[in-house]
Design a protein around this ligand. Structure first.
Ligand code: NAP
Length: 291
């Protein structure tokens, strides 16, 4: 058996087309969605992510402003910038790119963003709404994108067993909440670094979402034949067989494609969907703030 590949890039382009219609409608009333990305320091991967986000903005007609701050910036300087952006009526979405320098308090920074402009969906108000079962607000982009990819499979998840590997604030936890929400109705197990018998828990699941950042951890023996496997992990690994000497790898071993029913590739699976959901949240924020 060979898994059907879920093409996140293609789905993300469909979403961009849908968004262009909404962006045109906003334009009729003189509003152009505007995203500001704050980048602190010079983490190489972050620069690539931010560039990809800006390109997606250009494709769809969202204005994107990038604010580059030196790694020596203080917490207070970042908070002051967020305060200015909160009060700036021309700005609809604010994103502070992770990771921040280690001495910074990411939670305090997430808390400082106006929840209506919180296009990452990490503000406690937005996460709290998700816990309350309200999925119409600003949802964290990666889990929201995965929910859209699951629609592509046509699978009915009601009563299905789902395992989420990883329990981070930005991926694992909100992912588990979305899968367990009423209307989706999966039975969710969260597996983390202190869990035991990872492979047994995974092998019993109809859906496996791997978000741990450990390349190739999920082996084919961990996967139930025909299961849906979503690979969130992105790690750069040394690989002498490619001209550049390194490549991106997911948390899922390539052998899984022989067992799974559906599989997302890395790159080209979850990554483009995360950006598509960022654009979706920015457009939603512009619509909400301009009415
Ligand atoms: P994170 O904050 O480092 O969290 C990793 C989680 O994995 C933690 O909950 C950790 O458990 C758990 N974990 C680590 N090793 C494990 C193991 N061997 N078995 C089971 N659980 C284990 O990472 P994150 O921000 O959630 O990101 C995870 C991965 O997704 C990274 O590779 C990241 O680059 C990628 N990512 C991709 C996108 C995208 O758009 N494609 C977006 C976001 C993240 P503990 O809590 O016990 O420590």
């Amino acid at each position: 058996m060979s898994a059907t590949i879920i093409d996140g890039r293609a789905v993300s382009l469909q979403i961009e087309d849908e968004l262009k219609v909404r962006i045109d409608a906003l334009g009729q009333s003189g509003v152009r969605p505007h995203l500001v990305v704050v980048l602190v320091g010079d983490d190489a991967a972050s620069h690539v992510y931010v560039r990809n986000k800006q390109r997606a903005c250009e494709r769809t007609g969202v204005i994107s402003t990038r604010m580059d701050l030196p790694s020596s910036s203080t917490q207070q300087e970042v908070l002051d910038i967020i305060s200015d952006l909160n009060n700036d009526e021309s700005v609809h979405g604010i994103l502070v790119q992770s990771p921040l320098p280690p001495r910074m308090d990411e939670l305090q920074i997430a808390d400082a963003i106006d929840p209506r402009k919180d296009v990452d969906g990490f503000h406690p108000t937005n996460l709290g709404r998700l816990v309350q079962g309200d999925t119409d607000g600003m949802l964290p982009c990666t889990p929201a994108g995965i929910m859209r990819l699951l629609e592509e499979t046509g699978a009915n998840l009601t009563g299905s067993k789902a395992v989420v590997l990883g329990r981070s604030r930005i991926v694992g936890m909100p992912m588990a909440l979305l899968l367990a929400q009423k209307g989706i109705d999966a039975t969710v197990t969260i597996v983390h670094s202190r869990s035991e018998e990872h492979s047994l828990l995974c092998r019993d699941s109809d859906l496996l979402v791997a978000a741990i950042g450990r390349p190739g951890t999920v082996k084919s023996e961990w996967v139930k034949p025909g299961a849906i496997v979503i690979d969130v992990g992105v790690s750069r690994i040394e690989d002498g067989s490619v001209p550049s000497g390194s490549r991106l790898a997911g948390d899922v071993d390539p052998s899984v494609s022989e067992v799974a029913g559906w599989l997302t590739p890395v790159p080209g699976g979850v990554g483009p969907m995360t950006i598509a959901m960022l654009l979706t949240n920015t457009v939603r924020a512009a619509e909400n703030l301009s009415t």
